[in-house]
Design a binder for this molecule. Structure first.
Ligand code: GDP
Ligand code: IMO
Ligand code: MG
Length: 432
């Protein structure tokens, strides 16, 4: 079996899209298993930037089949625009290249409105969500009030589901949030043109397609969205997303067994970023943080919000290795550090006078954590033009080695720019 999971090892935006695009040269299938259009995955190919939110990052390779699996929450309106943009750019010529599971949960307009209402209301909890309706849609799935992609092909099923979902939502909108109520028939009319456009891509049993692919020795990449520290159970709760973002989610989100996964690759940046609220011990609230944001272009691919920036946090990464069973790492955006006289890594936390080296299970402890930093010399050289590992400056190699040794996990890929070819290979992915 050659199923390889690629996940974000930090708080998202690590460069998963780039890595999956690069890896997919040798993949037969690329499959999304969780999250929704809260994701923004950026690919740069032949100087052209493509931002994907729902379509898997293998889509620029015409021989790679891309599947949106059952665990994904589907924004049908956004997906139709994404597909149109891809087609206009000359991609997705063959509709068979994209398959959307009928079991996906639909993000309805009322989910987005509820997300926005909660974010704007003067509530104690400000998460800073993407307002894409992710949380409310997953809530409905868990409370058995969701519509699936399959339901949308039958007006009767849609009506039936809406009859369970709408009354509570409308009571909230009119009673608590002073917002508009929704009518079932309006929602059916709203969905109709999108369902018509997407029917071409409908997959009756995506889980079976994936299972067969794995059984027949096809190379399958499972593409994660968000990052491990945003996991709904194991992340920095409550400042998390609403899906399970860790590697095990590939199995639960797609309906395949853990024994089908042969490798788990964690993507991390040479530093750390976070969008939205929540603890971030190694955050840099100074000109170095500002410099990283500017040079690294750290602005959200989905919302355009500035990302908070900080030093790489090895305590958090060790936790991520544990949560995911990471077998390999990819280190992204090393080029962003060029010109810094010295660089730091966070190797521990001081929590109220106690020095700890393991990520605290309690978010309160994490909020109180002061980073313990180890400093190393930086480098002046522009790494974005470096083609081979041996051409990296000594200080950059030392930095990579420090991280690899500390995490005791091989760093197999080093990225020195957004483009496909700005990738330095230590070891090819599909080799054993
Ligand atoms: P994802 O959500 O994990 O796919 O990451 P995003 O696409 O949201 O954010 C990563 C950003 O960094 C994108 O703008 C990429 O084009 C860019 N990027 C990826 N790898 C590198 C790299 O090695 N160097 C630089 N400078 N940019 C990179
Ligand atoms: P990719 O796949 C970074 C963050 C939001 C917010 C929290 C909850 O591009 O790495 P949500 O809309 O999911 O309910 O928001 O999660 N968030 C992300 N941060 N990258 C992402 O995706 C994210 N998706 C959600 O900013 O803090
Ligand atoms: Mg992103």
């Amino acid at each position: 079996m050659s199923g390889i999971v690629v996940i974000g090892a930090q708080w998202g935006d690590e460069g998963k899209g780039k890595v999956v695009d690069v890896f997919s040269e040798n993949a037969d299938y690329v499959v999304r298993f969780q999250g929704g259009a809260n994701a923004g995955h950026t690919l740069v190919v032949n100087g052209k930037k493509t931002i994907l939110h729902l379509v898997p990052s293998g889509i620029l390779r015409e021989d790679t089949i891309c599947i949106i699996g059952p665990g994904v929450v589907l924004d049908i309106e956004g997906l139709v625009s994404e597909i149109e943009e891809l087609k206009a750019a000359g991609y997705l010529k063959n509709p068979k290249q994209l398959q959307i599971s009928e079991q996906c949960t639909i993000i309805m307009p009322y989910h987005k409105q509820l997300d926005a209402c909660r974010e704007t209301a003067q509530e104690a909890l400000k998460i800073g969500t993407t307002r894409k309706g992710i949380g409310p849609a997953y809530e409905d799935r868990a409370s058995r009030r969701a519509l699936t992609f399959g339901d949308l092909f039958s007006a009767e099923s849609t009506r039936h589901r809406l009859a369970t979902a709408l009354p509570e939502k409308n009571a909230l909108f009119t009673g608590l949030y002073n917002a508009k109520a929704y009518k079932s028939e309006d929602l059916i009319s709203w969905a109709a043109p999108y369902v018509e456009s997407l029917k071409l891509y409908r997959s009756r049993d995506a889980s079976m397609v994936i299972h067969r692919a794995l059984k027949t020795g096809k190379r399958v990449l499972f593409e994660g969205a968000q990052g491990s520290l945003l996991d709904v159970l194991h992340g920095t709760y409550p400042f998390v997303t609403s899906s399970s973002t860790i590697a095990g989610s590939a199995c639960t989100g797609l309906g395949i067994g853990p024994t089908t996964v042969s490798k788990v690759v964690g993507i991390m940046k040479a530093y750390a970023t976070r969008v939205g609220a929540g603890p971030f011990p190694s955050e840099l609230l100074n000109d170095v943080g500002e410099r990283i944001r500017t040079i690294g272009n750290e602005f959200g691919a989905t919302t355009g919000r500035p990302r908070r920036c900080g030093w790489i946090d090895l305590v958090a990464l060790k936790y991520s290795i544990r949560l995911n069973g990471l077998t390999n790492l990819a280190l992204m955006k090393l080029d962003v550090f060029s010109g810094l006289e010295k660089v730091a890594v966070c190797t521990g936390y001081n929590v109220g006078g106690e020095i700890i080296h393991e990520f605290p299970a309690s978010t309160e402890d994490l909020e109180a954590a002061q980073p313990i930093l180890e400093w190393m010399p930086g480098w002046k050289e522009d790494l974005s033009r470096v083609n081979t590992l041996k051409d990296l400056p000594r200080a950059a190699t030392n930095y990579i080695d420090f991280i690899g040794n500390h995490l005791a996990t091989p760093i197999d890929v080093i990225s020195v720019g957004p483009a496909r070819e700005q990738t330095l290979w230590v070891k090819p992915l599909f080799s054993t």
